[in-house]
Design a binder for this molecule. Structure first.
Ligand SMILES: NC(=O)c1ccc[n+]([C@@H]2O[C@H](COP(=O)([O-])OP(=O)(O)OC[C@H]3O[C@@H](n4cnc5c(N)ncnc54)[C@H](OP(=O)(O)O)[C@@H]3O)[C@@H](O)[C@H]2O)c1
Length: 290
């Protein structure tokens, strides 16, 4: 069992840190808003600290799961940041969905302090975090990965080292490109089924056994047909992810015409007041004039 710090007790981090405690790791948590820290301590065995630096003192592994690149820098760097508290040889595992560039930037600074750094974004959503069934895509040095893998295993069903630092974030971008086009396709299919006078549920039941089957179809068609979006992975977060990957595509020359269009559709959903709606709310945009 390891001594682990966990920074960021959001929708994802709260249950992930909980799984570490339930596995028997010695966990110290930090969250910017202290109320969530108290809730975590009420539910799980572990300690809390007032700053990321204090949480990281003596930890073999420091996990972070915050919002974006700047949020990550703010909990890792500076006098109160995690790096300031970490001892030589310890490893920071970042679960934030962030850019590959910030991963490379932080890995360089970590190396100057004789620390390890792994970018390790996750897929599987809130349910995956709560059930400990996340997919974790990792970038970084193999030696750090081998040490961290058994700890990450507390909340994962699939963990894979994808290559050098940044490769985890690049793989997560591949994941989000798939999801953007797929959810728009599903939204159009359901919108069409309704306009065609079909029973949308029956249509999904039958096509889910054929080549159109997907996780999104299985898990989202009912709430999409019902127009319910107050759960899941927020449109605001998806736009953050799309902005990161479109930026990366401009650098590597990848052509992402559909993804760029879906990003604009999500901007329209934000304009409808749907920033916190689940990403499946693309159908609300199609149905708004129905
Ligand atoms: N939700 C999902 O389904 C899902 C799935 C896969 C990946 N992700 C990714 O995982 C990350 C976390 O998502 P989430 O859904 O857990 O988000 P969330 O519920 O909004 O939680 C964000 C966490 O980050 C902390 N935070 C944000 N900015 C900070 C800053 N500047 N300084 C210190 N702490 C800061 C927040 O602290 P406060 O409590 O003080 O606000 C909170 O603990 C994101 O990068 C997201 O894209 C999410």
């Amino acid at each position: 069992m390891a001594k682990v710090a966990f920074i960021g007790l959001g929708v994802m981090g709260f249950p992930m840190a909980g799984h570490l405690a339930c596995e028997g790791h010695e966990v110290c948590v930090y969250n910017r808003t202290p109320g969530k820290t108290q809730l975590w301590e009420d539910e799980f065995a572990g300690e809390s600290a007032a700053t990321p630096r204090e949480a990281a003192l003596g930890a073999e592994f420091v996990m972070t799961c915050v919002g974006n690149d700047d949020d990550l820098r703010s909990v890792v760097l500076g006098p109160d940041g995690a790096f300031a508290g970490m001892a030589a040889g310890s490893v920071l595992v970042d679960h934030t969905t962030a850019s590959a560039n910030v991963a490379r930037e932080l890995a360089l600074i970590a190396a100057e302090h004789e620390l390890g750094f792994l970018d390790a974004p996750v897929s599987g959503g809130q349910a995956g975090a709560e059930n400990g069934m996340l997919t974790v895509m990792v970038g970084g040095e193999e030696a750090f990965y081998k040490r961290a893998e058994p700890v990450i295993d507390a909340y994962a069903k699939m963990i894979k080292l994808m290559g050098p630092v940044g490769s985890g974030q690049l793989t997560k971008m591949v994941n989000q490109i798939c999801i953007g086009g797929l959810v728009q396709g599903l939204a159009e299919a359901l919108h069409f089924a309704q306009r065609a006078g079909l029973d949308g549920h029956a249509a999904m039941e039958v096509i889910s056994k054929g080549a159109a089957q997907s996780w999104q179809l299985e898990n989202r068609h009912q709430s999409m047909l019902a127009g319910k979006f107050d759960f899941g992975f927020a449109v605001d977060w998806m736009r953050k992810d799309l902005s990161i990957l479109l930026d990366e595509a401009r650098r590597n020359g990848a052509q992402l015409p559909v993804t760029a269009l879906v990003d604009q559709f999500y901007a329209e959903v934000q304009g409808m007041g749907g920033g916190r709606w689940d990403t499946s709310s693309l159908i609300a945009r199609l149905n708004q004039h129905s």
